[in-house]
Design a binder for this molecule. Sequence first.
Ligand SMILES: Cc1ncc(COP(=O)(O)O)c(C=O)c1O
Length: 481
Amino acid sequence: MCLVANMLPLGCPLPRCQEKCAAHIHPRRSNAPCRPLAGDPGDHPQNPRGDPAQLVIATTAHGVTPSTFCYHCYSVYTPACGPANPVVLGRERLGSLVVTVLPQTTGALDWLDEAAAVRRTAGLRRVLRPRPAFEPVIDLASNDYLGLARDLRVAQGAMRAARTWGTGSTGSRLVTGSTELHSQLEDELAAFCGAAAALVFSSGYTANLGAVTALSGRGALVVSDAASHASLVDACRLSRARVVVIPHADVAAVDAALAARSEPRALVITDSVISVSGELAPLAELHAVCRQHGAVLLADEAHGLGVRGTGGRGLLAEYGLIGEPDVVATVSLSKSLGSQGGAVLGSRAVIDHLVNTARSFVFDTGLAPPAAGGALAALRVLRAEPALPGRVLDAATAIATAAGAPRPRSAVVSVILGTPQRAVDMATECLRHGVRVGCLRPPSVPAGTSRLRLTAHAALTDLELAQAAQVLAAVLAGAVR
Ligand SMILES: Cc1ncc(COP(=O)(O)O)c(C=O)c1O
């Protein structure tokens, strides 16, 4: 049965009769509400003159689509995939029905071309550039701060895990995806950082989603630093909590938000080391304010682990905060530890709660054993070589000096250049001279602050550092083109 034909006193005009009018569920260009029609077409506010119902037919590569007629409100919508003001090829009367014929469209995703054009014009187009296994380039772009991603000991840890446990974890952590290897990694990670317990997730991203959503929820307040990583931002969006975003590192604003709250529960979230700038969050002050107001502090140590704190135990450990009952840390295993995955560190009660309620833990396949084995091996290397983090900070200082940036307090050096194009041009120029640098543009950073993100690595040799410094200084001075 065709609803269009059913409603109108004529047979269905379409070559292929559709079972239902799809228009009603399509995104509409008109903001007018679509309401079920009461009475005649002329009663409807969108059709005051009682014009005959119209049907727009847009031909597509797959034939005719009648998806632009809403039989509820007698409105005609241009196809969601088509242009806002479509070229009308012609109109025909079929009994009481006016059929408008639009030019052929290629399909429902035509708007992607428009969006891509907007990105191109704004200098915000991203493309993937797969790198070869070996290339004669100095790396100042990756998050492999300790140079462990290709360390043989770490690779062997991953290989051993693959041989023992297989390539995949085979299921959710709650079903078959927890192995003894996962438990071992959790125990050693918690012990290393000084937390009571840890829970491994499939990524740092899912660790943040899980921790924030499970520790907040409806009826809670989440106070988030404006510079929080996108995964924390997305976690806020998923949390259903009331979210207050405070200016970056504004402890007084956190204090005010917590003091003014009516919610019984509150969570304050921040990167410990800001991912795009390398700045340190004022964790001690934030924790004092949290303690005063009975809130929990959650710090994302993705860029703190392996770089800050004694032997790389993280910024929370450096401030003596890890292990406090109202402190939760999240970490990524994909940066200093050179592997893949993430973890939440906190009290046993927190971890037990996450096991039971964190949706990105429960409904996700457990971390693949080779990644867990690699991360565990990397953690052991870090434990055995506590000087590694110091080497990273020394390298960061050399890089910052060459780039004319302030003295860094982490592995990340940020050189703000302004427009996306300027940042892209400089990054391209650096690469042309053998130095790969990170290039951040909106939405990764606020508009007008596109920048180079330069990362230091413990494995950089003096010669590499000297070469990189020379290139950076010359490119940033505009001396090479
Ligand atoms: C601050 C921060 N948190 C979380 C993540 C996500 O970690 P992962 O890459 O392990 O998913 C990142 C990664 O870019 C990050 O920079």
